[in-house]
Write a protein that binds this ligand. Structure first.
Ligand code: ATP
Length: 235
């Protein structure tokens, strides 16, 4: 479904990605592990058309994404839920959610159906739909960010560090929801520093170090890999 081949990405003369080759097959939940600055966000920025790779190819189904505009990429079913949520705090929860449906803005009935699905997944957002998004707790704001991405009707959902800054109990809920979204048929690429919880729900994972793929494997092989345990999981 998503295939990176030899992707390089530069910020000026700084090379943030070097020869990244990775894939996610339909229905998979694939995790990207890596320390701060390893290049996880850059992989997402390249896929969603925000930063253009300097080399390589990114295919989404039959389509080449390199050179396409972000709105075209969203409309094709690849939706990016960014690190740090990036909500509009003064706008209502409902307005923030519906912004995610911008590419479907002429389909009012479809937007309502998606909103109902998001409210079924996150009942608290139905209760708080008229509240300013900035008045919600951190965990609820993360739910709005994920819900907004779902309003884009993703076939492939890119989730960038959804557990960042959340309390352990909330982190658990967020991972459960991600697993539900994936089991309902959406392919997921999840960047996380919370390696153990992410691997627990993953089919496969890649370890990114200094812009390169350092290691890849299925959940069990990485959960039991000594280097991964030492660097990302702890004893
Ligand atoms: P984090 O978890 O901190 O977001 P990350 O693994 O997502 O880390 P990236 O954000 O992709 O890493 O950053 C990879 C490298 O590229 C880092 O060294 C970072 O400083 C650099 N970088 C990221 N964005 C830019 C930018 N817009 N301009 C210049 N350098 C950047």
């Amino acid at each position: 479904m998503l295939q990176f081949d030899g992707v390089d990405l530069h910020y000026g003369s700084f090379r943030a990605l070097s020869g990244v080759t990775l894939h996610a097959a339909p229905g998979e939940l694939v995790v990207l592990l890596g320390a701060n600055g390893a290049g996880k966000t850059s992989i997402f920025m390249a896929a969603s058309g925000i930063h253009k790779p300097s080399a390589g190819s990114i295919r989404f189904g039959e389509r080449e994404l390199v050179g396409q505009r972000p709105a075209q990429i969203v409309a094709s079913g690849l939706v990016h839920c960014p690190e740090g949520r990036k909500l509009f705090p003064m706008m209502s929860v409902k307005k923030n959610l519906t912004l995610g449906a911008y590419v479907h803005r002429r389909d009012a009935a479809g937007i309502q159906r998606s909103l109902d699905e998001v409210f079924a997944l996150f009942p608290v957002l139905a209760q708080k739909q008229d509240h300013p998004a900035g008045s919600l707790s951190g965990g609820q704001q993360q739910m709005v960010a994920i819900g907004r991405a779902l309003l884009g009707r993703p076939r492939l959902l890119l989730l960038d560090e959804p557990s960042l800054g959340l309390a352990p109990l909330i982190v658990k809920q967020v991972f459960e929801v991600i697993q539900r979204i994936n089991k309902a048929g959406t392919t997921v690429l999840l960047a996380e520093q919370n390696a153990y919880s992410a691997l627990a729900i993953a089919d496969r994972a890649y370890v990114i170090e200094r812009g390169r793929i350092a290691l890849e494997g299925d959940r069990d092989s990485l959960l039991h890999n000594e280097a991964v345990r030492a660097a990302y999981i702890g004893a």
